[in-house]
Design a protein around this ligand. Structure first.
Ligand SMILES: [Zn+2]
Length: 289
């Protein structure tokens, strides 16, 4: 009797594995605001379509390749958890459409935690009168242009992890991701969308991962700027640079020198503002490094 049960159980496992080999793996269900959710999906046949729904947004998935050993098609996507997302529990839904037109759902519970303790959140910045009405409207204008460069979601070119864009010296982080910065004289504040790496002017800046340059642009407020598309909706941004050695449409590899650290635009000293956006949402770069 016992043997019969085991036999049926083995048959059951075999059949379910064979017919429903679709699976989705989430690296972690616990994430901080400004963090990311890494999702891997595998299936024995090609998927017709798939979406991920999280935080009232719909995200695509990207084909990574066919795994011959496991005989499966592998997909992945990295989803941003925006700064100021309400902490607590949230649902994440994975919706897959198979070649047979059959649909399958997979649900996950995500727990969102705050990035900092409240007291560690604020930094006051004295820009010596540099941030005023004119500058604010200039920043808004440049934000719009920068956003335009990140409209396309191309195939995955990156491989994890991303590297620190400065490697010749030990990087000193002068301002962390997510800090609320209050600009005293202008009485405004916003949260820092990247990390500031303090380094002498002329220090080499490297591409954090493989990709294609979508912008090499001289902005008034953000200074000399490079934007790289890494595919999968991920873009890296390098601001306030001095020299820029790349041009739009250049293909770059992880570690390629793209320019040097500078003090261009609104900046209080030589540093690199390094930012990673996923589907246009700034995330903590350390989550990918
Ligand atoms: Zn910065």
């Amino acid at each position: 009797m016992q043997l019969k049960k085991i036999f049926y159980l083995i048959i059951f496992i075999f059949v379910t594995k064979f017919c429903f080999s679709f699976y989705a793996i989430l690296e972690s269900n616990i994430v901080r605001e400004g963090g990311v959710l890494k999702i891997k999906i595998g299936n024995y046949s090609e998927l017709k379509a798939a979406d991920i729904i999280f935080n009232n947004q719909k995200y695509p998935i990207f084909f990574v390749g066919y795994n011959y050993r496991e005989r499966e098609y592998v997909y992945n996507t990295i989803i941003p958890v925006p700064l100021d997302t309400k902490t607590g529990k949230k649902n994440l839904e994975i919706k897959c459409l198979f070649e047979s037109d059959e649909e399958k759902y997979h649900k996950e519970r995500i727990i969102i935690k705050p990035l900092f303790k409240e007291k560690d959140k604020l930094t006051r910045i004295n820009t010596k009168g540099k941030i005023q009405g004119d500058t604010l409207s200039e920043l808004q204008r440049e934000n719009k242009i920068i956003s335009k460069f990140q409209e396309k979601y191309t195939t995955i070119k990156y491989d994890l992890p991303f590297m620190m864009p400065i490697s010749e010296i030990e990087p000193v982080i002068s301002s962390n991701f997510g800090k609320t910065r209050k600009y005293d004289e202008a009485n405004i504040s916003w949260r820092h969308k990247g990390i500031d790496i303090a380094a002498p002017a002329g220090t080499k800046v490297r591409a954090a991962n493989h990709g294609r340059v979508v912008a090499a642009y001289a902005f008034k407020a953000y200074g000399n700027t490079v934007i790289i598309d890494h595919g999968g909706g991920i873009y890296s941004l390098y601001l306030h640079m001095d020299d820029v050695y790349v041009r739009t449409d250049d293909k770059v590899f992880k570690g390629d020198i793209i320019g040097t650290v500078g003090n261009t635009g609104i900046s209080t000293g030589p540093h690199l503002h390094f930012q990673i956006n996923i589907f246009k949402v700034p995330v903590n770069p350390y989550e990918l490094m």
